[in-house]
Design a protein around this ligand. Structure first.
Ligand code: SF4
Length: 201
């Protein structure tokens, strides 16, 4: 996939951008860039599939509520991740026009994308890209969210077939907030890492 168009659009909106052919190359890059620091993880199948928790834990303090050591709970890890120097997450949709879309339930992931870290890394496979903002929004709501609901065994209509969003009012609704990064937040350092493989949802 040619990332030229989306790379230019993201750069014009103030994001740093790096592109890789494989998840392995991207993981090696992140492993070299992030060293001797605290790293928060948003819940992400992309980060999991890339093995980044194990890789970065070798020389950083990594705080991930998907990797809970004995004697700690997920809420504590979410709170610690919120004040880490670096924060890693993926995106639910990225438009080739440069908007980055995320949907969240607890809010830890989207809030950290907006504020509070020295550096934010948004790591995304080619499957997260869509031609337009409307299509990226559609994919976030109708592909990413239902598949995450299914993974979480949420008691929601979308989790049965993971086929579409039903805009449910279920108590178990996982979609509680939607953020659109129109540009890198003022004073932030956000790098988008694009990978020419399918990763996560
Ligand atoms: S709003 Fe409800 S139906 Fe739609 S994706 Fe989220 S959990 Fe599923």
């Amino acid at each position: 996939m040619d990332f030229t168009k989306v790379k230019n659009a993201l750069s014009a909106r103030g994001f740093k951008v790096s592109c890789f052919e494989s998840a392995r190359e991207a993981a090696d890059y992140l492993n070299a860039q992030i060293d001797g620091t605290t790293v928060g993880f948003g819940g992400s199948m992309t980060l999991k599939e890339m093995g980044l928790y194990d890789l970065l834990s070798g020389h950083n303090t990594v705080l991930s509520h998907w990797n809970v050591p004995d004697g700690v709970d997920a809420a504590t890890l979410r709170a610690q991740a919120a004040v880490s120097d670096h924060y890693l997450l993926s995106a639910n949709g990225i438009a080739e026009t440069g908007e980055i879309i995320n949907i969240d339930g607890a809010g830890n992931r989207v809030s950290s994308a907006l504020y509070g870290h020295k550096k934010v890394w948004i790591v995304a496979g080619k499957n997260k890209l869509a031609l337009t903002y409307d299509e990226a929004l559609w994919r976030a709501r109708n592909i990413a969210a239902p598949r995450n609901a299914q993974r979480l065994h949420a008691k929601t209509p979308c989790a049965v077939k993971a086929d579409q969003c039903y805009d449910c009012k279920s108590p178990g609704r996982i979609c509680r907030a939607l953020t659109v990064l129109w540009g890198a937040m003022t004073g932030s350092d956000i790098e988008v890492v694009l990978i020419n493989e399918e990763l996560g949802y």
